[in-house]
Design a protein around this ligand. Structure first.
Ligand code: RIB
Ligand code: CA
Length: 314
């Protein structure tokens, strides 16, 4: 029986790869996408989500438009990383479909309350939608089967400030609400995602398949690789979100430790920084399990094989 999945996302290049991986994985039933601001505006991200679903022949999956601003912080988007369109150099036809009329916060609440204990939620953007949903309807918290969050940096440097990762930096207050709500969280921080680099050789392997989906990936990641090269001297691009998505159905790809994890909302130089209480100094119970080791080659191979299979099927 496939796992029922709700995806909260800011597509975004690596988000789009995560959407495709979800569609390529028979272990999952992707039953809804809630869109949030982050890599680009929520408006652009909704268009991107609809367009990527259409590219993959998955127009049946509902897309709900969510929050366009963080709870407290000013808006921060990432055009330098994902391009103005949010999809790098890729050009997709404008989507035929519209998002559903329901706001993403209400969509998440309705879906989770309708099937308590059944949905896995993957959150791969700033946590604004989820935080508001938890505040508006706390009953969704025990209804979540598992909450896999791509976000944070524990021992790893930040990718947005020297200390903070993008998703928790853009909306640290939302992350604080979600981290302390009591949901069963698996955190997928930069500590593991930065070991998952998609290389030009990996893309060349995919391009052996003559497919619009593969050409989309090549053009989207070409921009993303240029960013990683010029900003961080990385040959390739970090596929953060696909790793988090993969852990919803293949958790053995990582090793985990249970910790009390918090996020700085005091402001200043460490705003949005996530940290784990390794020595139990706070005497607070663990509020999540944290992925701190990853079987990189296994994951990259799984990703490539799934994308190849999807591309051949379309
Ligand atoms: O820091 C990486 C995360 O921020 C990824 O989810 C990326 O898509 C951006 O949302
Ligand atoms: Ca994302």
């Amino acid at each position: 029986m496939p796992k029922r999945l709700l995806l909260d996302t800011d597509p975004g290049i690596d988000d789009s790869l995560a959407i495709l991986l979800a569609l390529a994985s028979p272990e999952l039933s992707l039953e809804g996408i809630s869109v949030v601001h982050g890599n680009c505006s929520v408006e652009q991200a909704v268009t991107n989500a609809l367009a990527v679903l259409e590219l993959a022949g998955a127009s049946h999956i509902p897309v709900a438009r969510g929050c366009e601003l963080p709870l407290v912080q000013p808006s921060l988007l990432a055009p330098e990383t994902h391009g103005q369109s949010g999809l790098g150099y890729a050009k997709l036809p404008p989507p035929q479909r519209q998002p559903i009329r329901q706001h993403a916060v209400d969509f998440l609440i309705e879906k989770l309350l309708a099937a308590p204990g059944e949905y896995t939620v993957a959150a791969i953007g700033p946590l604004t939608n989820l935080a508001l949903a938890m505040r508006k309807e706390p009953r969704i918290i025990p209804a979540i089967r598992e909450l896999v969050i791509m976000g944070g940096a524990i021992r790893h440097p930040g990718n947005t400030t020297p200390l903070a990762e993008f998703n928790t930096y853009v909306d640290p207050h939302a992350a604080h609400i979600v981290f302390h709500a009591g949901a069963p969280i698996t955190l997928v921080p930069l500590d593991v995602t930065y070991q998952c680099i998609l290389t030009p050789a990996d893309v060349a392997r995919l391009l052996q398949i003559d497919s619009p989906l593969v050409r989309f990936i090549a053009e989207a990641t070409r921009f993303y690789m240029e960013f990683h090269d010029s900003y961080q001297g990385i040959e390739g691009c970090v596929i953060n979100d696909p790793l988090a998505l993969a852990l919803t159905f293949a958790p053995a790809l990582c090793e985990y430790e249970e910790y009390f994890v918090d996020v700085d909302i005091q402001g200043g130089v460490s705003m949005g920084k996530t940290f784990a209480d390794f020595y139990h100094m706070t005497e607070k119970p663990a509020n999540m399990r944290v992925a701190l080791n990853v079987h990189t080659r296994e994951f990259i191979t799984l990703f490539l094989e799934r994308i190849e299979r999807l591309a051949r099927e379309l």
